[in-house]
Design a protein around this ligand. Sequence first.
Ligand code: FES
Length: 366
Amino acid sequence: MLDRFCSASTWERADAQWPSHEQRMLTCMRVCAETHDVRTFVFSTREGHFSFEPGQFITVSAEIDGKEVSRCYTISSPPTRPYTLSITVKRTPGGVMSNWLHENMREGVELKAFGPSGVFTPSSGPAAKSLYLSAGSGVTPLMSMTRAALDLGLNRDIVFIHSARTPEDIIFRIELSNLCALSDKLRVVHVCEALGSEPDWSGPVGRLSLDLLKEHVPDYREREAFICGPGGYMDACRKMLADGGHDPARYHQESFNFAETVECAEAPVAEASAEPAAQGGFTVQLARSGRSFTMDASQTVLVAARKAGVPLPSSCSQGICGTCKTKVLEGSVDMKHNGGIRPREIEKGMRLMCCSRPTSNLVLDL
Ligand code: FES
């Protein structure tokens, strides 16, 4: 039964494939307030079903103030409920997409999204005992994993430690409590930095520490660890576990850097120019649009395209999300990715433009 949860093929439904490079239209079915600044947006698809692994993310796009903005969000719903897909979004000050979603997403509103991607999934570290550590909206992929495990009736041994600023900032607080009541193998610990408006909070106060981990999860060294949250939090967790003698090979973290993602998504695109983007080097032709530009190998295809005024789909700009995946029809590139593309896609000639530099003239399927 454990295999059903851990195998990527479990979630592949022949009737519902949604490749990560394919953009589809989602329709908002419901908006739920999780906390004062976090909402869950529930979507349906014309294709009927969603197919993904728990822990994966999608890249949503919208035209905001005349510019196309893309942003990656991990999926909070489980693949065991395939008729809808949810993302849970914290409204961040200055966050273009998060504010737009909070202000505009209502029942019936449509949103474009690229298909699920990412390797932060249970199949990347099959184990009978897991340790989930999250902070803030990093709870979402671990919530998808937890919901999926319980929906499948696995009764897996999961300890889920979530850190929040105050008790009122805890996302999915009631649902996690209810899930604990359903499974004696799931334990949830909330750690709050401050009491906020709940002075009688009885849980741990402060930050997650090795002492606190040892107190609540004495067998943490036996567990496969999955961590998601802001970069500083994940760095601290990695160090804490290493200091505590946890096997680094059993450590998995979401490689997303949310802050950088926002920056990249909002990077200005140069005005279109009849002049090439860069002198010398290689010519890049876009087969479908008929456009072209030149560039040298000192920059990625994505950066050169932006400079030439040719906007390509992109989000993370770090080789993680897969949004910029493009088929190279002719020529070759040197690609250094971070897991945003699968071996079988590389075999088919796909490459990530944000982390590819040309080694010859190129013709792209764009
Ligand atoms: Fe995310 Fe290229 S933009 S992989």
